[in-house]
Design a protein around this ligand. Structure first.
Ligand code: S3P
Length: 464
């Protein structure tokens, strides 16, 4: 079977999402947020569970998979490469083909908006004797791929288009990859993961050296699937080695809730006076919790309760109560552990008293949009005194926000959600020009905000 119904349906949905016209929305000053919610599965872990399941022998059963366009795009890509993927009840089943066992897809693989899906899958294709066209939406086509292609080319991947480092690209893999030792030039878990995944197919040991720690889900999950992975601390970072010619065995995977999605809900509770919410089942892996460390430094009343382990990862429930916040200085070294949370932190910092200074933000410029510029522009529209300079962002918080818009979301889900969250406490509404991209990572966002009592409405009037 070359494809399966669920994943194909998923891809169709994702495809439709890209072609719909803009859907503007605004957030209104809301009454105290109250209630208990569960965020959907972690995006990073969901991509990896599908990919490693596909490369394993036997069946992988995934509970809590994030059913958002980015992840469903990865499922569809794997299905197009001969991996049967089906949903039974709440569980996604991946019938793995074994390392090196995927087949060439009939057509291009379209990853939509997904940097993680496309880059991790480059590591997969690198290890297979096949030629594949990678493409994506306008946002993904602007993002740098050279950072992944360079190490994969050293391992034996061929890029048909010489000198081009953006999608669309035609990649030719090989079943005889060379193992390499590679020092990451940028702190990127996506690059690290693509190399490690390719390393499964190489003859020998492949090592990635990272100067600063980035999210380690690939390393953890590779071990879970039976691969040999060594992690040796080196300076502030680590030297990660995977043994090639690996045989992965299908496993059960439990995907905890996404802390990057939970960040919007936590921020909403901090912004809206009187709020007291519980967010259940949030991933607490220390490579992902920089945002919460920062919130506590700002004076947030946030409790982590019922700390436990799920699927080899730390998980907790979070009780967040509205709190007066103070501006802080966020060190550059913390950036990798909260890289996706800066738009939300910057918007939240406007409600704090005093200046919040964020450093080491170079990577923000190459996300789904230039998030540094998009965040600074949105803050200015909402009447917040903020300044982006080089790789830093400074927000002068007064404890209150005027509101305004429409904020240009630039095909970026997190810009849309950060500014809508900001508007739940502003004097006049904050509007965003398009919420379409929220479906790439957190389709439930408007419903969960509404369930907590937050007021979001389409700009043409009808409540969400
Ligand atoms: C991700 C890594 C991060 C992050 C992205 C997901 C991953 O990107 O921004 O949302 O799953 O590996 P980089 O590794 O490129 O910084």
């Amino acid at each position: 079977m070359r494809a399966n119904k669920n994943a194909v349906v998923a891809r169709d949905r994702a495809g439709m999402q890209h072609s719909t016209s803009k859907a503007p929305m605004r957030a209104l000053r809301s009454p105290a947020l109250r209630g208990r919610v569960t965020v959907p599965g972690d995006k990073s872990i969901s991509h990896r569970a599908l990919i490693l399941g596909a490369l394993a022998t036997g069946r992988t059963a995934i509970c809590g998979l994030l059913e958002a366009d980015d992840v469903l795009g990865t499922a569809a890509a794997l299905a197009a490469m001969g991996v049967p993927i089906e949903k039974t009840g709440a569980v996604w089943l991946v019938h793995g083909r074994g390392t090196g066992g995927l087949t060439e897809p009939d057509g291009p693989l379209d990853f939509g908006n997904a940097g993680t899906g496309s880059r991790l899958m480059m590591g997969v294709v690198a290890g297979h004797e096949m030629s594949v066209v990678f493409t994506g939406d306008a946002s993904l086509q602007r993002r740098p791929m050279g950072r992944v292609l360079k190490p994969l080319q050293q391992m034996g991947l061929i890029v048909r288009e010489t000198g081009k480092e953006t999608l669309p690209l035609t990649l030719e893999g090989s079943s005889r990859l060379r193992p390499i030792e590679y020092r990451l030039e940028v702190p990127s878990a996506q690059v690290k993961s693509a190399i490690l995944i390719a390393g499964l197919h190489a003859a020998g040991k492949t090592t990635v050296v990272e100067r600063e720690p980035t999210r380690d889900h690939t390393e953890r999950m590779l071990r879970h699937f039976g691969a040999e992975v060594a992690v040796v601390p080196e300076g502030a970072g680590a030297r990660v080695t995977v043994t090639g010619d690996a045989e992965l065995i299908g496993r059960d995977v439990i995907v905890p809730g996404d802390p990057s999605s939970a960040a919007f809900l936590a921020a909403a509770a901090l912004i809206v006076p009187g709020s007291d919410i519980l967010v259940e089942n949030v991933l607490m892996n220390p490579t992902r919790t920089g945002f919460y460390v920062t919130l506590q430094e700002m004076g947030a009343t946030i409790e982590f309760i019922n700390a436990r382990e799920a699927g080899g990862e730390a998980v907790a429930d979070m009780r967040v109560r509205h709190s007066p916040l103070t501006g802080v200085s966020v060190p550059a070294a913390r950036a990798p552990s909260m890289i996706d949370e800066y738009p939300m932190l910057a918007a939240l910092a406007a409600y704090a008293k005093g200046t919040t200074h964020m450093a080491g933000l170079a990577e923000l410029k190459v996300k789904e949009s230039d998030r540094l510029a998009a965040t600074a522009a949105g803050l200015a529209l909402a009447g917040v005194d903020a300044e982006a300079e080089g790789d830093t962002l400074r927000v002068l918080g007064t404890g209150a926000v005027r509101g305004g818009g429409p904020v240009a979301t630039r095909m970026d889900h997190r810009i849309a959600m950060a500014f809508l969250t900001m508007g739940l406490g502003s004097a006049s509404p904050v509007s965003v020009d398009d919420i379409g991209m929220i479906a790439t990572s957190f389709p439930e966002f408007p419903d969960l905000i509404a369930a907590l009592g937050g007021k979001l409405e389409p700009v043409d009037g009808k409540p969400a």
